[in-house]
Design a protein around this ligand. Structure first.
Ligand code: KG4
Ligand code: ZN
Length: 335
């Protein structure tokens, strides 16, 4: 039977990435050029800088992915590219590279939603079983997504303000930790004790929405009040307390939704899925619910990459999705 070989391209934020995926689940290559070092000194991603780096890197990254996979453009059945959401100038670099290749080599083009990509990262590890629930936690998104079949995404709840990763990065900044702060808070939290009282944003009884801005403010106020009183707060204890609050709500709502919708699987997705505390807490919670399979991707598939875009693109291609050469970048695209 004929193989399906997809070239995936991802440039929605600060990683320039390309990957080659065979038959939807096999990673032939997965190249990620991170820009973190360039953005670090500004304390966050600078959109103009991100676009410029993508322009410098995109051709090299695609060539490297093709070389490592040992394939030529004649072998590529389709090019899958992140069309949104993300930074418009960053997205455009990937979209234009994909369009140029699709046009010049006469290869079908498939636009992929970034969050669909994060969810499909799991398919590179485990077969998907429907209905499934995905907890998507990244720098830009916090969502509970129900999937009843391939390509169908129903958002049960989402953040009303900051994304989980954004809250991690902002709290890290108040503790003078480098960008991106998530991994630093995670590491500190393992060392500290959650002894500081911080709020949990459960919101309305029946809501699967999230909110993290109140928690972030509570952390800032705690530090401010302590310094006014001449008290010192251990950063590791504050990190542990913050992390406990985030995780309690994320895990609590995920378990509740998973039971309510009778899902077969729960998939963790997005950059914050790399969080050790969250991974452990989810494992603990689902240990007691054997009828639901918990799938947690390896760290390199959690943060932005193109293997996940190739994985999602493979399914969309098989479902018949094709994008026109007029494909644009859609910064606020809904899933
Ligand atoms: O998915 P991603 O690479 O990019 C977006 O699509 O946003 O996620 C990046 C986010 C950042 O906010 C980063 O701080 C967070 O993921 N992150 C973590 C950890 N590793 C990355 N947050 C908490 N704990 C971690 N270990
Ligand atoms: Zn992402």
């Amino acid at each position: 039977e004929k193989e399906l070989v997809i070239l995936g391209i991802e440039t929605s934020c600060d990683e320039t990435a390309a990957a080659v995926i065979k038959n939807g689940t096999e990673i032939l290559s997965n190249v990620v050029a991170s820009q973190i070092e360039s953005h670090k000194r500004f304390g966050g991603v600078v959109p103009e800088l991100a676009s410029r780096h993508h322009v410098e890197q995109i051709t090299l990254v695609i060539e490297e992915a093709m070389k490592r996979a040992d394939v030529h453009f004649e072998d590529i059945d389709a090019i899958a590219v992140t069309e949104g959401p993300g930074l418009v100038g960053a997205l455009l670099v990937g979209v234009n590279a994909a369009k140029a290749l699709a046009f010049s080599r006469n290869i079908p083009l498939v636009g992929v939603h970034h969050i669909a990509g994060h969810i499909y990262a799991n398919r590179l590890e485990k077969e998907m079983k429907f209905p499934l629930l995905s907890l998507v936690v990244s720098g830009g998104h916090t969502e509970l997504v129900l999937m009843e079949e391939h390509g169908s995404f129903k958002v049960l709840g989402e953040t009303r303000d900051d994304a989980a990763g954004e809250a991690y990065d902002k709290v890290a900044r108040t503790l003078n930790l480098p960008y991106p702060g998530g991994p630093h808070i995670d590491r500190l939290a393992q060392e500290g004790k959650p002894v500081i009282d911080l709020p949990r944003a459960w919101l309305e009884e029946d809501s699967y929405d999230f909110s993290f801005s109140g928690l972030k403010s509570a952390v800032i106020n705690t530090l401010h009040n302590a310094s006014q009183k001449g008290l010192t707060i251990e950063p590791k204890d504050l990190a542990a307390s913050f992390q406990e609050s985030v995780i309690e709500v994320l895990v609590g709502k995920t378990v509740k939704a998973a039971k309510a919708y009778g899902v077969k699987q729960v998939l963790l997705a997005g950059g914050v899925a790399a969080n050790k505390g969250l991974r452990t807490a989810l494992e603990e919670a689902f240990k007691g619910i054997p009828q639901i399979e918990l799938v947690i991707p390896p760290l390199y598939l959690c943060t932005d990459n193109a293997a996940m875009i190739g994985a999602a693109g493979s399914i969309l291609y098989e479902m018949g999705k094709r994008s026109e050469l007029t494909l644009n970048a859609y910064p606020g695209l809904d899933i």
